[in-house]
Design a protein around this ligand. Sequence first.
Ligand SMILES: Nc1ncnc2c1ncn2[C@@H]1O[C@H](COP(=O)(O)OP(=O)(O)OP(=O)(O)O)[C@@H](O)[C@H]1O
Length: 654
Amino acid sequence: MAKQNYDESSIRVLRKLEPIQLRPGMYTRTNDPTHIVVEAIDNAVDEAMAGYARNIEVTLHRDASVSVRDDGRGIPTGIHPEEKVPTVQVVFTVIHSGGKFAKGDADSSYKFTGGLHGVGVSVTNALSSRLEVEVRRAGKLQRMSFAEGEVIEPLSITGNCAAKDTGTAIRIWPNPKYFDSPSVSRSELEHLLRAKAMLLPGVRVTLNIETASGQDVKEWHFERGMAQYLDQMIAEDEPIAPAFCGERYLTGNDSFASGEGVQWALAWVSGSGGGESYVNLIPTLGGGTHEAGLRDTVFNSVRIFAEQHGLMQRNVKLAADDVWARLRFVLAVRMVDPSFAGQTKEKLSSREAVKLVGAAIKDTFDLWLNEHVAEATRIAEQAIRLAVARTRSSKAVERRKSSGVAVLPGKLSDAESSDNRITELFLVEGDSAGGSAKAGRDKEIQAVLPLRGKGMNSWEVERSQILANQEIHNIAVSLAIDPHTLDSALDMNELRYGKVIILADADDDGEHIKALLLTLFFRHFPQLITHGHIYIAQPPLFRVDVPAQGKGKPPRKLYALDEAELTVLEARLRQEGVREGAWQVSRFKGLGEMDAIQLWETTLCPDTRRLVRVEVGDDLHGTIGMFDNLMGKANAAYRKEQISAHGNEVEADI
Ligand SMILES: Nc1ncnc2c1ncn2[C@@H]1O[C@H](COP(=O)(O)OP(=O)(O)OP(=O)(O)O)[C@@H](O)[C@H]1O
């Protein structure tokens, strides 16, 4: 009987796992096999999270294989009702239908998985040259093995064990042909296991590393979870107030899915700050929007506390960094389908995380500050001391700058701060978008200069003539930098804003305006580019119109920065119960259609926007040539030729 199952299934098995083997990159990270091992670890973690496993043990063997062992319930071994083979075999040979959002009833419908994680352990099997699994369950020891994803030893009983002794042990031999490097990343695993131990209080996590002379053992066990982890993290650096720890999961309202929430441990120290963050138990080494949300929240609460308790000094303004600089923290966010950015995908980019963290922490933190007045005062006073020091150093710069300042253009809405390490100037197309930007900006650090229509093509204009153009004159005066060349001696401290950001519509006119401004900077203010001060804002790519939902919910206009965000946004709408097809997705066109809050969230807010820094590559002469071809009057014929030769290669943006 078992033999028959084996014969039949092995044919299907091959067919079923083939897609993974053909395109492994679509299912996992292929730089090394760490991720397929993490799939197996995640299953053990799931058993622990559900309260069944107390121990998770990972062993790195000398032959580059990895074992993952848990004392959970053991993968079921009975015959699967649909597949007609042992369930454990199904687990390893059928591609997990995944469907993070499409999982039946309301409670199980949210899967808190991250990025590529969550494709299932059949991927591990498909990409391993060998895989063995041993299950302890119902007093029996059973095992089976696979090669290249195919069953080579069907499930069989190999012995007995105590009825209480349950669990699963898997040994994985990653197949080197699918990976750039054959061995798992030890440091990544270590960090991950330590983090899992912290986030699963009471669970013992062990990492064994086999060596020539025996075995190195590392063990993590945090009875008090995150609070204990934070204690270890700050070690000698005495906190100036007791740690503030807690967790809060939301029960589902308009903007958050049920079960989304945050766990945190915060302590202010006298030394330098810093911390660790996680999303769905996955480390986010590059930080991201959840950390931004924490920064915002603690800043606002401490600032309000300081104001209400009369701690602020005249002419001193707290900035977020003053509060953040001495904070040690651990932050773990749980959210539906997070998205990640950065080369190694270690930075959380989901915009909702900023709000989620605020919603989970703010009230409790405000309460905590007011219940610990003495300690909260120490935290606020420390931040104020940093603010005073910062204000002093920027005053010094200002004093240097203030000699001979021209009158600023009337159209400029200036920033309150004059510290060019933090200030930004937005050059905005049109008065209406300029108005929204003015209303939506952070007045402290962001200035707005609206530009009227298309500017002039300055490529062939003499430097001495350039300021005759009113718009260009306004830009130069706002920046406090005169037109110059690459060789001019310039004092960049004079520059009034550290970032100069071009903000234009995503249509043809917008592109033209960007090209004209880049031409201006490249030709007449080249050092702004070479010093990295010029940026282009990236407004959202998509707009989603959601019709009114019953009485309480008016029609909504939502924006997605890119395809990934659009996918998440649509999934959330489905979760909310909006009927499929009821909403409309269109390409985002004009800045003017967003209100101030939307413009802030998508395009202005430093934590959630996207910016591209303008850089000149190594080939400066090549770039000058390119500009000459594109912007020079003599080259109109060349441009025509280019358009007819390459016009079809340009993606039409309709
Ligand atoms: N160590 C284990 N202990 C108990 N059950 C397990 C274990 N490993 C896997 N399973 C069972 O097998 C099922 C399938 O596992 P698989 O890794 O394919 O996907 P998943 O864990 O359900 O989903 P995802 O990987 O997307 O989180 C699990 O849902 C669980 O029921």
